[in-house]
Design a protein around this ligand. Sequence first.
Ligand code: NDP
Length: 444
Amino acid sequence: MSYVDEVLERVAAKNPAEPEFHQAVKEVLESLRVVVETNEEKYRREALLERIVEPERQLKFRVPWVDDNGNVQVNTGYRVQFNSAIGPYKGGLRLHPSVNLGIIKFLGFEQVFKNSLTGLPIGGGKGGSDFDPKGKSDREVMSFCQSFMTELCKYIGADTDVPAGDIGTGAREIGYLFGQYKRIRSVYEGVLTGKGLSYGGSLARKEATGYGLLYFTEEMLRLNGEELTGKTVAVSGSGNVAIYAVEKAQQLGAKVVTVSDSNGWVYDPEGIDVEVLKEIKEVKRARLTEYKNYRPNSEYHEGRGVWTAKVDIALPCATQNELLLEDAKTLVANGCKVVAEGANMPTTMEATEYLQANGVMFAPGKASNAGGVAASALEMSQNSERLSWSFEEVDSKLKGIMINICHNVDAAAKQYGMEGNYVAGANIAGFEKVADAMLSQGVV
Ligand code: NDP
């Protein structure tokens, strides 16, 4: 049996009931086969693959808090510190009822390679809780965040592990988490990113994942002799990543016709009005059913039909496994030429393979959504310097990083004879640096 197959089998046996984690490991290791075969003796001797699929540390803890009715609620908190070979652990905190250890491990594993791709000195981690901020009052969210941080603060720090936002964790949650960290640890440091501008946050961090996705997509199109201007785009999701993907796509001359949430999706033939979207989602924290009140010519559909819109480019920006094989078939049948992931692992493996086999340019999230973590690392730099950079400075560094990632991914795919396969290119380019650092640091 090949080394990769041995390790895949071992991961499935050792981590039962964690399908998302198995999926993420399989996707990465499958595309590393040629690299692993070239270096097999060395990697086996050092048990490199066995170590890379095993988190350095995983924490699971009780999070008790009191709701507005005086009832005690109990959630589970997680932090998986996956790999620190190239820098302190870095990765977001997800607050969503679907969160479990397997999901956090899949996200942490992906984060290791994504962070490496940015070229910045950050290791990979991820955390979160099955707490659902939806429908909770600000007091309840604060109560949860304070309890969560009371435990988490023992394991994180500006030079050890720096969490950030993710699904369900936005500016409000980061503020409460930061306040509690400072209170308990008596230290004012850049322990979280995605902070408010008045207490150490970075300009352009909020926009960075969505903007970065579009910088990457534009460059990928350019390398393949196409351009973004004039294209029609479907975006899924209507959270942080989706909103700023819509905004940047439109600034670059494309027309975005859809957004969605977990209940339904909007089709706006005149192009999504991003200011309306921000008002509904960022200010009112309301549902997308409201969109039609502002834009009477738009349509609202219940359910998950967002990929049935006829578009040139699809940008999945909601959650994992939201673009299935049947969706990929519909997109291809409707003439879609590009799929670039804003979310983490939104496309199933079968759907990815179908898209690639049918000539669709496919950008995997670990490359195309790396703008968020890249801007987070820039926030860490500003905190260490005790300086704040202008929006333009951060945005232009972000753009440079995304273009660089795109070129590195493209080049890695070509180097191993898989031209145009950005999944393989991203995994190889991300892996090589981490592997090299791990081998240099010995068996740790
Ligand atoms: P938000 O919480 O701001 O938004 C998430 C969006 O996805 C919402 O519209 C939400 O709808 C929808 N959604 C969430 N879960 C589901 C589900 N199970 N089914 C259908 N729709 C769902 O999160 P972000 O925008 O920050 O994150 C989106 C994705 O991007 C995630 O995969 C995240 O890991 C990834 N990502 C985020 C980064 C960041 O900087 N924020 C960086 C890199 C990746 P509803 O409101 O109905 O729940």
